[in-house]
Design a protein. Structure first.
Length: 140
C-alpha cells in the first residue's frame, strides 16, 4: 500500500529535524555548507513533504525581484525515485506563479550531472554555471 505524499509549510520544530537529515546525507559532500543550509531553513519560504508520518523532503524558496530561487531541494533517503522531487518542484512552481514571478531558478552545483539532467528534463535551462531557469506562465 502506498501512502499519500503531503506538502505543507515548515512546521514548528521542524528546522532541527530537516537540518539533521540534510547533514546526515550531505555533510561528506564537497558542496556541504552547514551555515548555508541553516540560513535557507530559517530565512527562506520552506515547504516540507511528508509521507507516512516521515519527512520525505523539503524545498527552500527565496523570492528575488521577478523570480523565485530554489535555494535547496532535498529528498530524504528512502523517498528517492517515488516522485517526491517532482512534487516539491511542482509546489515551488505553483508558489512562484502565485507570487507573479516570471521565472523559477534553481541553484545546482556544476558537477551534479544527475540533478542537472533531472532539471533539464523538466524544462529548466542553464543561465549561469550554478543556475538553471524555468520560464513561468503569467497567472490568470
Amino acid at each position: 500500500m502506498t501512502t499519500a505524499l503531503g506538502i505543507s509549510p515548515l512546521g514548528n520544530g521542524e528546522i532541527g529535524r530537516l537540518f539533521g537529515i540534510a547533514k546526515c546525507c550531505f555533510e561528506a559532500g564537497a558542496g556541504w555548507n552547514a551555515r548555508r543550509v541553516l540560513d535557507a531553513l530559517t530565512r527562506d519560504v520552506v515547504f516540507v513533504a511528508h509521507e507516512g508520518g516521515e519527512v520525505a523532503g523539503y524545498v527552500a524558496l527565496r523570492p528575488d525581484r521577478d523570480r523565485v530561487v530554489v535555494e535547496q531541494i532535498f529528498v530524504a533517503p528512502g523517498h528517492e525515485r517515488r516522485g517526491t522531487g517532482h512534487r516539491l518542484l511542482e509546489h515551488a512552481e505553483g508558489y512562484a506563479i502565485a507570487a507573479h514571478a516570471r521565472a523559477l531558478d534553481i541553484v545546482v552545483e556544476p558537477d551534479n550531472w544527475r540533478a542537472r539532467s533531472f532539471y533539464r528534463r523538466l524544462g529548466y535551462v542553464p543561465v549561469q554555471d550554478e543556475l538553471l531557469e524555468l520560464t513561468l506562465p503569467s497567472p490568470g
